[in-house]
Write a protein that binds this ligand. Structure first.
Ligand code: 6PG
Length: 236
């Protein structure tokens, strides 16, 4: 089941849904890129009991955590620094140690996931994703072999298919598609083609977003009118 919402302010709806998930004590994977920043800032201002929440990341660039390209840094500045510490009722934060390099960073994240959620394929409650103009998701880029990985929870990406061109660490499709809910936040007309390719057509490795279809979870698209403008027929 796909729920498609075309909204004037999808960032607000995203913040509301993340707040509800946090209040329910969830395992939530945050996304990077620029689009979610507005949402994280609003979420930081909401009155939420974070104490049962664990925040994960869908992908990371292989740079130090204080580098301006770091997804963690963006989330930290917009959200985490504004929340109480874990000892004072704030969320637990499990960041990707991507500064160790793509392979070591992916191995470590897989270990963190297994340690926290057990040996089975993890079932995250919410995976928030953005969509690149080339329809990439997390750091899974069009046509790359990482899209075929079935036996890993996190994967090292030696060559990014999109800027910033630094190696990455990314959750794999099996983990993303095993989530209870996957929520896309996509804004801007420059994403409209990618949105149509990811959600309006047949699945293809040339549009990684089209391979995100949770097996037994919900798929929600939070779009603004620009991003939705080429979705001729909205998916069911
Ligand atoms: C990253 C991301 C990536 C992002 C999209 C959209 O590290 O680059 O996590 O998948 O979500 O590229 O990014 P924008 O919101 O900046 O367009």
């Amino acid at each position: 089941m796909t729920e498609t919402l075309v909204l004037e302010d999808p960032a607000e709806e995203c913040a509301r849904r993340l707040a509800a998930a946090a209040a329910a004590g969830s395992h939530i994977a945050l996304t990077g890129g620029g689009t979610p920043k507005a949402s994280y800032l609003r979420l930081a201002g909401m009155d939420v009991d974070w104490s049962g929440t664990t925040l994960w990341f869908g992908d990371e660039r292989c740079v130090p955590p204080d580098d301006e390209r770091s997804n963690y840094r963006m989330a930290k500045e917009a959200l985490l620094d504004r929340l109480p510490s874990p000892d004072e009722g704030g969320p637990r934060v499990r960041r990707m140690l991507a500064e160790r390099g793509p392979s070591a960073g992916a191995e470590d994240y897989e270990r963190q996931l297994r340690e926290t959620l057990g040996e089975e394929l993890p079932r995250l409650d919410v995976v928030l994703l953005g969509l690149g103009p080339d329809a990439h998701v997390a750091s899974l880029f069009p046509g790359q072999a990482t899209l075929d990985v079935q036996d890993r929870l996190a994967v090292g990406v030696e060559e990014a298919g999109f800027e910033p061109y630094v190696p990455r660490v990314s959750l794999t499709l099996p983990v993303i598609n095993n989530a209870r809910a996957v929520m896309f936040l996509v804004a801007g007309e420059e994403k409209s083609d990618a949105v149509a390719r990811a959600f309006g057509r047949e699945p293809t490795p040339e549009a990684p977003g089209s391979l995100v279809r949770p097996h037994s979870g919900e798929l929600t698209l939070l779009l603004d009118t620009g991003a939705a403008s080429r979705l001729a027929t909205l998916p069911e």
